[in-house]
Design a protein around this ligand. Structure first.
Ligand code: ASP
Length: 309
């Protein structure tokens, strides 16, 4: 079976590196981590790593996760501040701790302990856009007492400054026929501090099982958490559904969600035959993703399928 890599459009800075490493025989975790590190460091990707959008308080909180489809060991960090490569810290959680996920201060403490590289993830342009929002949308009385004010109302009207830009997700079937997944994000822009989306939650934002396939989500993480979407896609494949039908079933699950934040969400999946499917649910515009298959000279950008709930 041929090797395959699927990543979304935000994977652009890293897709070439991951594809090259897979072509040369690297394992999926190494290739995915290396590719995601490039995305995290690239400030033109405004939804991942350095350059990502901040929370309501103007602080960048990053989430990332990896899963090993052979062992089901996961490693995740959530609401991590001040570090350049959350994906590598997530991998270290997987490899060095008896835990699967660390958040906030504990994640930062562990990052410090392993000597992870620090940085200021809030770039001047993100600070400018956040400040414009602050001046324009936050009532004067709240601005005076900032940040000791209730944030819940502001969170309700939070907007995504860059619609259509997402978490980066990488799914691979490597030369050993092992299936791995990794994701990294700055999460929903203007989120309530401490909010975790689907990305650091193994089974929601990503899942992998070498016997069947892998899946990952971008967009409205609240939806993927509620429907356990990535785990569901892989489980549907285990229950005998084709990749196509497994993704349809997960979309049907999303259709059942009532109330809460229902917006757009994109599902990415691969199976162990080297097939793949990427579906943008409720997309407002045409999205693309990157596909590399063994034998391809370079990754190709492909249009996503669009489904409306
Ligand atoms: N899924 C991410 C989250 O909910 C955001 C995104 O991909 O746009 O945090």
């Amino acid at each position: 079976m041929a090797r395959i890599l699927v990543t979304n459009s935000e994977g652009r800075p890293g897709v070439g590196r991951t594809a090259q490493m897979l072509a040369q025989g690297a394992g999926g975790l190494d290739a995915i981590e290396a590719g995601i590190r490039e995305v995290e460091a690239d400030t033109t990707i405004r939804t991942v790593g350095r350059g990502g959008w901040p929370n309501l308080l103007g602080e960048v909180e990053l989430d990332a996760a990896m899963i090993d489809g052979n062992t089901f060991r996961g490693g995740a960090v959530g609401a991590l501040k001040g570090y350049l490569h959350p994906i590598s810290i997530a991998r270290a959680v997987m490899e060095q701790l008896p835990h699967e996920m660390l958040v906030g201060e504990g994640a930062a403490r562990f990052a410090h302990e392993i000597g992870a590289e620090t940085t200021n993830n809030l770039i001047p342009d993100s600070e400018r856009v956040w400040r414009e929002w602050f001046e324009d949308k936050v009532p004067a009385a709240a601005r005076e007492n900032w940040p000791d004010v209730p944030l819940a109302g502001l969170c309700q009207q939070a907007i995504d400054p860059e619609k259509g830009m997402d978490t980066t997700v990488f799914l691979s079937l490597d030369g050993r026929q092992e299936i791995m997944a990794g994701v990294s994000t700055s999460g929903w822009a203007w989120k309530y501090p401490g909010r975790l989306g689907d990305s650091p939650i193994i089974g929601a934002g990503c899942y992998a099982d070498t016997r069947f396939g892998a899946a990952a989500c971008t967009g409205t993480g609240e939806m993927a958490i509620r429907a356990g979407t990535s785990r569901a896609i892989v489980l549907y494949m285990k229950m005998g559904l084709s990749l196509q039908a497994a993704v349809d079933e997960a979309i049907d699950d999303l259709r059942q969600l009532k109330g809460g934040l229902i917006q757009r969400i994109t599902l990415h999946a691969i199976d162990r035959n080297g097939d793949h499917r990427v579906v943008a649910v409720n997309a407002e515009e045409q999205l693309t993703y990157w596909l590399w298959r063994e034998g391809d000279d370079a990754p190709q950008a492909e249009p996503t399928e669009i489904v409306t709930l």
